[in-house]
Design a protein around this ligand. Structure first.
Ligand SMILES: [Mn+2]
Length: 265
């Protein structure tokens, strides 16, 4: 079984202030590369970590782009909702957002909190679960939403849209440290929301975030980062994975506007 994971596409038709290129066209080029990679690698399932759209009710051009992508991809897509997919960051708004509507239309499938999905083929049963973003997800003591128990499966993958980090980013940004959730039984915890990404292994468990597919902030580290996807190969007992940088992503200095100072957005 082979999976492709990516996150934080922030699809929007109007260019963010921090960009100088045609943002929608740039995302389309990256999504087109994702489709090609899926064919090349023989991907069975695609997982999106949330912030699919930059706005809970995006305009037609943004919806058209996602529709085009899902149609061309022609693979099952599982996802969680990010803060940008929700109205006022409220999880109870999900049904009224574009993402809620698209899930009802079965364009993609939402990983609902507490729900376990079992994907199996000849040599592997995979338990897949997810947690949408919600206000206060990273309030101290909420680490349990980052953890799951493994039941009747060979391996477990848990996807969370929250500020899971190897180290605190800033005192002002609430976060959940990876070191506080290592009791999870998930073999792979797939992170989102933290746009710069991380690659941590603790206690034989993998905490992987390829970083956002879209670069929307002007942080110095964001300007030098190459957007990438995560390829997970569970076809043999020796599970393997690799981050794949996207050739379609233009260099930061080419697409980002002149730096105007800190913007942690
Ligand atoms: Mn995001």
């Amino acid at each position: 079984m082979r999976l492709l994971y990516f996150t934080d596409t922030h699809i929007r038709s109007v260019k963010p202030d921090n960009r100088r290129d045609d943002f929608l066209k740039a995302i389309a080029a990256k999504l087109s590369e994702v489709i090609k990679l899926c064919r090349l690698l023989g991907i069975d399932y695609v997982i999106h970590g949330g912030d699919i759209f930059d706005h809970p009710n995006p305009d037609r051009r943004s919806l058209d782009l996602l529709h085009w992508f899902l149609k061309k991809l022609a693979l099952p897509v599982y996802c969680v909702a990010g803060n940008h997919d929700l109205i006022d960051q409220r999880l109870d708004s999900l049904d009224g957002t574009a993402l809620g509507y698209l899930a009802r239309q079965e364009w993609l499938r939402l990983l609902q909190p507490g729900e376990m999905i079992y994907l199996s083929n000849n040599n592997c049963v995979l338990q897949l679960s997810g947690q949408h973003y919600y206000c206060d997800i990273d309030r101290q003591g909420n680490g349990e939403v980052y953890m799951v128990s493994k039941k009747s499966c060979d391996l477990a993958v848990h996807v969370v849209h929250g500020m899971l980090l190897p180290r605190a980013f800033s005192e002002k940004v609430p976060c959940t440290l990876i070191s506080s959730v290592t009791a999870t039984e998930a073999d792979f915890t797939l992170g989102a929301h933290a746009h710069l990404g991380y690659h941590e292994i603790e206690g034989g468990k993998y905490f992987l975030n390829p970083g956002a597919l879209a670069r929307v902030t002007n942080l110095a580290r964001e300007r030098i980062r190459t957007p990438q996807v995560l390829y997970l190969d569970f076809t043999s007992a020796n599970y393997s994975y690799r981050f794949i940088p996207l050739g379609a992503a233009r260099p930061g200095d080419e697409v980002m506007a002149e730096s105007t100072g800190a913007n942690a957005g």
